[in-house]
Write a new protein. Structure first.
Length: 359
């Protein structure tokens, strides 16, 4: 994974140098990627201004193009995508910015969303707070390249790693996953990074199992059909996709042992969490798991302070309109969860300070 990410950033940086040398001709690429030419690329500033003159309805303070903003979520079968859809709807319905339009799009989740913001292809992203911290220093999946063009815009919900297998399988613990077929999450997702860390705690390395790099929705279908042994999912609790799977197939969750938990805590910022037995109808006892925070981050290139303020305000003051169960965690009381060590987006910081959330 690290080799892949390093290669991706190498190509990105090389491409940036080429575009800087070429100047004109970058507009079409940006428009196709994002529909938003104002992503902080100085080489296209003159052309962007000309385009914006023809479409004043898409402008806000600071010449930010607000007519086609994108929020990176995750795979369609996870928590990010359906929750992100509702977040975008709430923001669109309550923001006081002319011509504003925000779309929630499926993606590879955490790491992928931060990379897309870095590249100027997305404007907002949902991510686990731990990859966001790694991106600042070029560690982990961001090895060698530090990302510096995003800011924290608020806590969303607590993420819980849930490891699912069929109840009638021979897999009774994580140690039994050696040689198994496992969905470890899409490339660039917090799920995949955490899944590999957990497997490593049991001495299970890349190549010791058949890896499926896919989201929980696809993985659930494979488990239901008997074509997959287990799936990792960094999801909300309870997870609707797990509840749906449990209707069609008897399943169980695999606990993280005390020794496994110690390895995870020693090598990451994940913390222990107990999944109560009453979280799902099929659970018969509490399950030990790991948890982190899902947060919202925003580009400091394509979202200026005023727009960031309006987005944050629209979300936090109308989060009660979100029907997804994890929407209940988007509150002022929880707003700063996962913010430690991360730069604050200027617009979000102004709103949080105004509301007293920073006290």
């Amino acid at each position: 994974m690290k080799r892949k990410m390093t290669s991706m950033f190498g190509l990105l940086l090389t491409g940036s140098l080429v575009l800087a040398a070429c100047g004109d001709g970058n507009n079409d690429a940006n428009d196709n990627n994002n529909g938003n030419a104002d992503t902080g690329n100085n080489v296209t500033e003159e052309n962007n201004n000309e385009n914006n003159t023809d479409n004043n309805d898409g402008e806000a303070a600071g010449d930010v193009n607000v007519g086609n903003l994108q929020l990176g979520t995750g795979s369609t079968g996870g928590t990010y995508y359906p929750l992100g859809q509702e977040m975008a709807t709430v923001i669109n319905n309550n923001i006081d910015v002319d011509g504003f339009d925000l779309s929630a799009v499926s993606s590879g989740a955490s790491v992928d969303n931060i990379i897309s913001i870095f590249q100027g292809e997305m404007d907002l992203g949902m991510t686990v707070h731990l990859p966001a911290l790694e991106s600042l220093t070029g560690d982990g999946d961001f090895e060698g390249v530090a990302v510096d063009n995003f800011g924290f815009m608020g806590h969303i919900y607590p993420e819980v790693m849930q490891i699912v297998t069929a109840a009638d399988s021979d897999i009774e613990s994580i140690a039994d996953l050696e040689g198994a077929s496992i969905a470890i999450g899409p490339p660039g997702s917090g799920t995949q990074s955490a899944a590999k860390l957990i497997l490593e705690a049991y001495g299970i390395e890349d190549g010791d199992y058949e890896a499926y790099e896919e989201g929980f929705g696809d993985a659930a279908g494979r488990i239901q059909d008997g074509n997959l042994d287990a799936s990792f999912g960094l999801l909300g609790l309870p997870a609707g996709s797990i509840e749906e799977l449990a209707v069609s197939r008897d399943i169980r969750l695999l606990p993280v042992s005390d020794e496994g938990l110690q390895h995870v805590e020693d090598n990451s910022g994940y913390e222990a969490l107990t999944i109560p037995a009453d979280s799902y109808d099929f659970l018969e006892e509490d399950i030990q798991a790991i948890t982190a925070y899902a947060i919202l981050v925003g580009s400091t290139d394509s979202i200026d302070e005023d727009l960031g303020y309006e987005i944050t305000k629209a979300l936090y003051e109308n989060s009660g309109d979100i029907s997804h169960p994890q929407g209940e965690f988007i509150t002022g009381e929880n707003a700063m969860n996962g913010s430690d060590g991360l730069p604050m987006h200027p617009g979000a910081e102004r709103y949080f300070e105004e509301e007293g959330f920073l006290d």
